[in-house]
Design a protein around this ligand. Structure first.
Ligand code: HEC
Length: 162
């Protein structure tokens, strides 16, 4: 009996050791966590800020994925979580980047505001996996309404400007 116990203990040690090694090796696969510099003249909140409450919603609920000012949490450095988080930020920035706002292109900006109004109104954004952890990024119905309304208002203003 004692002989068997010793064997089990030894294999357990192997399994734990291998697990730790694998975990450590995974960390080498961490994607980069870049935050390119923000140019004030190109960033929406810096160059053309909405009224304070709306600016606050954008910064709190959208900027982590749709700007160069991502606040990377500690667990974003832990593989395999890091793959998914960095993927969201890269995808998010590619589709919509408030740090690269088309200030000199009213027609593009108008399209962006229209899309923002759509996804905020429908509740598709911010991503649910995100608000699950980031409670401050949750928008209640009234905040959603305020942000949607501002986005629609900007879209109309820009349509007239063209
Ligand atoms: C956790 C990351 C994350 C947060 C936070 C987030 N988004 Fe997104 N967003 C994404 C990703 C990823 C995509 C692209 C994939 C998709 O559509 O699901 C996306 C897509 C979009 C699109 C679609 C762009 C297009 O190509 O049509 C809009 C508009 C958008 N987000 C607006 C917002 C707004 C506004 C907020 C804040 C209220 C927000 N997002 C918060 C990750 C995020």
């Amino acid at each position: 009996m004692r002989h068997v116990k010793g064997k089990v203990k030894r294999s357990l040690k192997w399994v734990i050791g291998a697990g730790l090694l694998l975990g450590a090796a995974l960390q080498l696969t961490n994607p980069s966590h870049s935050n390119p510099p923000v140019v004030a003249g190109r960033d929406l909140l810096a160059a053309h800020p909405p009224p304070a409450p709306v600016a606050g919603f954008l910064r709190e609920a959208c900027y982590d994925c749709h700007s160069y000012e991502t606040r990377w949490p500690w667990y974003s450095y832990v593989a395999p979580i890091s793959w998914s988080l960095a993927g969201h930020v890269n995808d998010g920035r590619e589709r919509l980047n408030f740090s690269e706002w088309p200030l000199d292109d009213p027609s593009r900006a108008r399209k962006k505001w229209n899309r923002i109004a759509d996804v905020v109104d429908s509740g598709d954004m911010p991503l649910r996996q995100y608000t699950w952890i980031h409670r401050k990024a949750r928008l209640d119905a009234q905040q959603r309404g305020q942000l949607t309304q501002y986005a629609q208002q900007e879209a109309s203003r820009l349509a007239a400007e063209k």
